[in-house]
Write a protein that binds this ligand. Structure first.
Ligand code: 0L1
Ligand code: MG
Length: 264
């Protein structure tokens, strides 16, 4: 069920996308639209996606957000969300990223999946995801809520493309055969100091379960996850704010590491 008109959805998509493009924070949109629901929020997100595609951007995949207890507790919410990834969000491994490209960036340690077959819900499960996975690799997601002080509710954050704004993948590319993603240890380092540590099970019990839930959530809007998609399965640890001069590194057991450096 939706509560907003098509015109309101269009206006809110433009409002949030402009905030992203202009690196400008805004107040969460439910302050002015308290009755808006999940359907409205995903409709706004899809209009933002269409605006970017109309400008020539390619949608390379999706991110799952709010997938770990640590993240849910950090943000005061209780269910996962998804957002899309544009090719323009990609940052090259070991490159320098200006913090000025963002409003208030934070980094997250994630396991990225690349699929070789379409995944379609409802009923998508871990086994189907593992069978459809070409490879996995460590990733850093840069999140940047457009909302002032990262203050939002679930509906507002979905409309804001789940704070999606940057990602970098790297390390070792590995097939999933023989890999225990549930007990895979991951360390998030800032400036060489291990700051957060956790195992893959922190992501909805198993990172592949997060990908299955993504396919099932996409199915609610008549969509599927195409073959060749990149999926950031969700933060394994809490997100950490970064500032110019910081280097963030994610090390994943047996999968090597991936780093980025932040400048002014
Ligand atoms: O990737 C994430 O878990 C972020 C989802 C959106 C919430 C946030 O901005 O922290
Ligand atoms: Mg994330």
């Amino acid at each position: 069920m939706s509560t907003l008109s098509q015109e309101q959805i269009k206006q809110l998509a433009e409002h949030l996308e402009n905030a992203q493009l202009e690196c400008r924070e805004v107040i969460k949109i439910t302050d002015d639209h308290p009755d808006m629901d999940f359907d409205d929020a995903y409709d706004i997100q899809r209009v933002i996606r269409a605006r970017k595609q109309a400008r020539g951007e390619t949608i390379v995949g999706y991110k799952m957000g709010l997938t770990s207890r640590a993240k849910m507790e950090q943000m005061g919410v209780d269910s996962p969300v998804y957002g899309f990834l544009s090719d323009r969000f990609e940052v090259q491994e070991s490159s320098a990223v200006p913090v000025s490209r963002f409003i208030h960036p934070k980094v997250e340690a994630e396991i990225a999946f690349v699929t070789k077959r379409e995944l379609k819900g409802p009923g998508c499960n871990v086994a189907q995801v593992l069978a459809a996975t070409e490879f996995v690799m460590p990733a850093i997601e840069i999140i940047d809520s457009r909302y002032k002080d990262f203050r939002f509710d679930l509906v507002s954050v979905i409309a804001d493309n789940a704070s999606s704004s940057g990602f970098v993948t790297g390390g070792t590319v590995s097939g999933v055969e023989g890999l225990d993603l549930r007990s895979l240890g991951v360390v998030l380092e800032i400036n060489g100091e291990p700051v957060e540590t956790a195992a893959g099970a922190a992501v909805l019990g198993h990172p592949a379960n997060s990908v299955a839930q993504l396919a099932n959530m996409l199915a609610e809007h008549g969509e599927s996850l195409p073959a060749g998609s990149l999926v950031l399965s969700g933060a394994i640890t809490a997100a950490l704010a970064v500032k110019p001069g910081d280097t963030a590194t994610v090390r994943a057991q047996g999968l090597g590491s991936v780093s980025i450096r932040f400048t002014e």
